[in-house]
Design a protein around this ligand. Structure first.
Ligand SMILES: [Cu+2]
Length: 275
């Protein structure tokens, strides 16, 4: 369509259309993105909102990272599209070269560094909050073994054991710091509760400690996340968060029995199927 006699500058005015389009695109992006981001509640972007104080913090960090990544993606995609459309080839003439533009170079060096520093700062703050082990009246010693879990409550003579098809339930009080002392008696296992946004290795010969504070009552599924042998897939457990009074009652009810005799806090936790 264009005549190849492109040397003449008179053949230019038609090029205004893409410029307008890209401006509209830019305007649309600028107007729409805050509206989308400000809509009532931020999406979880595939994560969990979090059933513990620590999990909520982790989720906020995840949302921050995701939104930052999204903004970078939108900006980069827009710049690519804009460059492709606005500066597409019109002739064999070499366009004006703009390398060594000091201001641009400073901006695209400094802005990513600032972004990384900000993300790093929030990562450290969140990590410190998730890893903190505050003083607590509630302690559960968790021992992972092939292929099950033992939850014992020091000072209360209560132990819950479940293996393979008997899934044990760890009962904890809502709104209190629960101090977990995690060990393994054989190979490497992983203590993972998806709704707590938390996972930690249970390593033989190593004692790992962490704390969580469940923010609402409920039963949360947990499982081993480390391929630990034949029945790894059966290493499932529950964390059941109940009111502090119900927790005390449960302890009192179970502590009369000798240690290592309680199996599940609730018979409803047994999975179907037979071995
Ligand atoms: Cu395991």
């Amino acid at each position: 369509m264009d005549s190849p006699s492109a040397g003449s500058p008179l053949a230019r005015p038609r090029r205004r259309l893409p410029k307008l389009t890209t401006r509209r695109l830019a305007l649309g992006a600028v107007v729409l993105s805050p509206l989308v981001l400000a809509s009532c509640q931020l999406p979880t972007f595939g994560g969990y909102r979090g059933a513990t104080k620590q999990a909520v913090d982790a989720n906020k960090l995840w949302q921050g990272f995701f939104i930052t990544g999204l903004c970078v993606f939108i900006l980069v995609a827009f710049l690519i599209l804009w460059a492709v459309l606005r500066y597409r080839r019109r002739s064999d003439k070499i366009p004006a070269q703009t390398q060594y533009h000091t201001l641009f170079e400073i901006i695209y060096t400094v802005v990513p560094i600032v972004m990384v520093l900000v993300l790093f700062y929030f990562s450290v703050v969140t990590e410190n909050s998730v890893d903190a082990v505050p003083a607590s009246n509630v302690q559960v010693n968790v021992t992972a073994f092939q292929w099950g879990w033992r939850f014992s409550y020091p000072g209360h003579n209560v132990t819950v054991i479940g293996q393979e098809l008997q899934n044990p339930t760890m009962v904890v009080p809502v709104g209190e710091n629960v101090h977990i002392v995690l060990r393994s008696s054989d190979v490497i296992h992983g203590f993972y509760v998806p709704e707590f946004n938390f996972s930690r290795y249970a390593l033989p010969g190593v004692t790992n400690q962490f704390s969580f504070n469940v923010n609402h009552a409920g039963t949360f599924r947990g499982q081993c996340t480390q391929l630990c042998g034949l029945y790894h897939s059966l290493m499932i457990f529950q964390v059941k968060a109940v009111s502090p009074s119900a927790y005390e009652a449960w302890l009192a009810q179970n502590s009369t029995s000798a240690s290592t005799t309680a199996y599940h806090a609730n018979s409803s936790t047994v999975q179907g199927g037979s071995s």
